[in-house]
Design a protein around this ligand. Structure first.
Ligand SMILES: [Zn+2]
Length: 283
């Protein structure tokens, strides 16, 4: 079973959420995907007709089930963003496909859910200024490129400098981190930047990619954070944004573990932190 359903089940089993807090997204209309992606790419991917080189760059074998999962995850991030505007805070149990560019995918990312959700909300006049806060251990290169000339969207990526992608794009703010960085230095670095970015951008919505691949046991990350550090990171991010009056929509981002159970727990730290902030701030 893919990790997304396991995460939902774990959140229910541990009493982090109740069934009535779960919203089921649908697949977004093609026109929404095309707010970001080339129509030819969207159609070729959906029909399994991408050429072999483009498919290989994605890194996942094509199947009808993967098409459905990919589109549903995008629908989930759009729904999460709308719920965040309504309630102040909402979390997807998937999402964060930040390596996807308009005409090709890369690094397990096919469609860029963060960019699509941003464009959908802007086109519906639900949000004007958006901050994309990307704390996945890999740079949000696709997102940075998509919004490179768009002053209404601020991209902020804090990532391991030595990690994928080898060729970085330029975000509005990039914070490259040294290999092996631990909790305290990581959290200090984040605290040095986020409040100023929020004050400068004054976003109507924050899209937060809470990748857990900065964890020390991650197979693809090169940082050395602990579960406690990731939980503190998420709680501080959410609390800081919410307290300043900015709604936050969260996606889980990357995470690659040898033990599925440990990995699911790591991803669940985001939802545990969100529940804590949601209750304390009485949203
Ligand atoms: Zn990642």
């Amino acid at each position: 079973m893919p990790k997304f359903a396991l995460l939902r089940d774990r959140l229910l089993k541990d009493g982090v959420i109740t069934p009535d807090q779960i919203y089921q997204p649908g697949e977004p209309p093609t026109g929404w995907l095309e707010l970001v992606h080339d129509a030819a790419y969207v159609m070729a991917y959906r029909q399994g007709r991408l050429d072999a080189k483009v498919q290989r760059r994605i890194g996942l074998p094509w199947s009808p089930a993967l098409v459905k999962r990919t589109c549903t995850a995008v629908g989930g991030t759009i729904l999460t963003a709308k719920l965040a505007l309504e309630y102040g805070l909402a979390c997807n149990t998937a999402g964060g496909t930040h390596h996807a560019f308009p005409s090709y995918g890369s690094g397990f990312c096919i469609f860029n859910d963060l960019a699509i959700a941003t464009r959908v909300l802007q086109s519906q006049q639900r949000a004007r200024r958006v901050l994309i806060l990307d704390l996945d251990v890999h740079q949000g290169d696709g997102t940075a490129w998509i919004f490179r000339d768009d002053p209404s969207v601020f991209t902020f990526s804090m990532h391991c400098a030595e990690n994928f992608p080898a060729r970085k794009q330029r975000s509005d703010l990039d914070i490259p981190l040294p290999t092996g960085l631990t909790d305290e230095a990581y959290l200090r670095c984040l605290a040095r930047h986020l409040p100023d970015v929020l004050a400068q951008v004054r976003p109507d919505l924050v899209l937060y990619d809470a990748g857990v691949d900065p964890h020390r046991d991650d197979r693809l990350g090169k940082l050395a954070m602990t579960n406690t550090g990731l939980y503190e990171r998420d709680r501080w991010v959410l609390d800081t944004c919410v307290q300043a009056g900015h709604p936050v929509a969260c996606v889980i981002g990357g995470g690659y573990g040898n033990s599925m159970e440990d990995l699911i727990f790591r991803h669940s730290l985001l939802h545990r932190a969100a529940v804590d902030v949601f209750q304390r701030r009485r949203l």
